[in-house]
Design a protein around this ligand. Structure first.
Ligand code: PMP
Length: 426
């Protein structure tokens, strides 16, 4: 660090105002001052390769997005109770990217708000409250989402109306695909029965199609489709939380749920949608929205305002016009191949995980136990070598590599080179 004294003072002021638990990454927090494309400039004058951040979807400070925000902010910004073009144009363009039955959208300011609203809609439709989530998942910071959080430290008691499913994972469980599938579906049936028995019924399955917090799990083929069938037969709706998995990141598909060939009733959006401008949404069907609207007025002061809509539109245009989904597929496959080669000579690696531009290595020690400490060391070593990544999973032993979508093969080469060096240092 160029100015360690200055950084310590800034950290002290942060703690004095935001509280001692306001989290930062790394043993020594990284002080950043600007960003461009896949690069973050540190206060130390170093340009860090950003292989972690998905919010700057089309690149840090993407000039098209910056211009769209600035121009709209200079023209008009107001809530949505007057008629204006941007929110309508953006809604039309966004809905074009979904299957035809998903033809309505309600905008929000965050992923949490989107999930909160989606759960309200599922309760309204099903007149039930029971929710199925997955083990070690995260869906947001509101009171009702805290009650169903299994993945981050949250003090709220786990809701009596919630059941968490263990997601079968082919990369860590040596048993056969059939055994895993049968066992997992039996568990889901038992969870549904228990919700009914307790009088909650089943309102929703809420899940992240890439298992972003859970550690990029790889369930047996057919598991997700069979699970959603079970939930539907029990009267519940399917909510795909695409806050992390959507907008082309999965590479082979524009939306993560499409990986499984399922048709969710609701899809929730956030993080990358506005490239950092706060923007989220719930995409759903006409029937569900009409039913919800007949019983509730949904009003949201900031969501879908002209500036947010302009930001969203610019991000979507950039994503589509620059073929970033295709890029995520190509660059992600390239990374996957290089990581497989690296894994072959590194005993610590159990699996190369992930899809498209969201991938990581799963580390276990010689006894097969999660290599939590080594994973942390690697994340720290990577930062010292100028590359930003992180870690996920219940044991924090899976690298989280999820760069802006403008990441290229050259960036992958640099990433893998530094990763190999970090592993060698262990
Ligand atoms: N869902 C998922 C899958 C997430 O990863 C997050 C944020 N990490 C959220 C929802 C909540 O989004 P936000 O922080 O915008 O409220």
């Amino acid at each position: 660090t160029a100015n360690p004294q200055g950084d310590r003072e800034l950290l002290a002021r942060r703690r004095a105002t935001l509280g001692p638990h306001s989290p930062t990454f790394y043993d020594e927090p990284l002080h950043v001052v600007s960003g461009q494309g896949v690069w973050l400039r540190g206060a130390d004058g170093i340009d860090y390769l950003d292989a972690y951040n998905n919010v700057p979807h089309v690149g840090h400070c993407n000039p098209v997005v910056v211009r769209a925000i600035a121009e709209q902010a200079g023209r008009l910004n107001i809530h949505t109770r007057y008629l204006s073009e941007p929110v309508v144009e953006y809604a039309e363009a966004l809905l074009e990217t979904f299957a035809p039955h998903l033809d309505k959208v309600l905008f929000t300011n965050s992923g949490s708000e989107a999930n909160e609203l989606a759960l309200r809609m599922t309760r309204q439709h099903t007149r039930s409250t029971g929710v199925l989530v997955t083990d070690f998942s995260y869906h947001g910071n509101t009171a009702s989402l805290a009650e169903l959080t299994t993945g981050l430290r949250v003090k709220e008691p786990f809701g009596s109306h919630v059941r968490a499913l263990h997601i079968p994972d082919l990369d860590s469980d040596p048993r056969s695909e059939e055994v895993l599938l049968t066992e997992a579906l039996a568990e889901a049936e038992a969870a549904i029965a228990s919700l009914k028995e307790a009088g909650h019924g089943v309102s929703a399955l809420l899940f992240d199609p890439l298992f972003s917090t859970e550690g990029l799990l790889r369930p047996p083929a057919g598991y997700i489709a069979a699970l959603t069938d079970l939930v539907r037969s029990a009267g519940g709706l399917i909510v795909a939380d695409e806050v992390q998995s959507g907008l082309g990141r999965a590479g082979s598909h524009f939306w993560g749920h499409e990986l499984y060939g399922i048709a969710p009733d609701l899809v929730t959006l956030g993080k990358p949608l506005g490239n950092g401008h706060p923007l989220g949404g719930v995409v759903t069907t006409t029937d569900l929205l009409d039913e919800f609207g007949a019983a509730n007025l949904y009003f949201n002061t900031f969501a879908g305002n002209p500036v947010s809509a302009a930001a969203g539109m610019a991000v979507l245009r950039e994503t589509i016009d620059r073929g970033l989904q295709r890029g995520a597929h190509d660059v992600g496959s390239y990374a996957h191949d290089l990581l497989e080669k690296l894994a072959a000579r590194q005993p610590l690696v159990r699996a190369v995980r992930g899809t498209g531009l969201f991938f990581g290595l799963d580390f276990v020690d010689e006894t097969g136990r999660p290599a939590t400490a080594q994973t942390k060391q690697i994340v720290e070593a990577m930062r010292r070598k100028g590359v930003l990544i992180s870690k996920i999973g219940p044991h924090d032993n899976v690298l989280k590599i999820r760069p802006p979508m403008v990441f290229t093969r050259e960036h992958v080469d640099l990433l893998v080179d530094r990763l190999a060096a970090s592993l060698d240092e262990l």
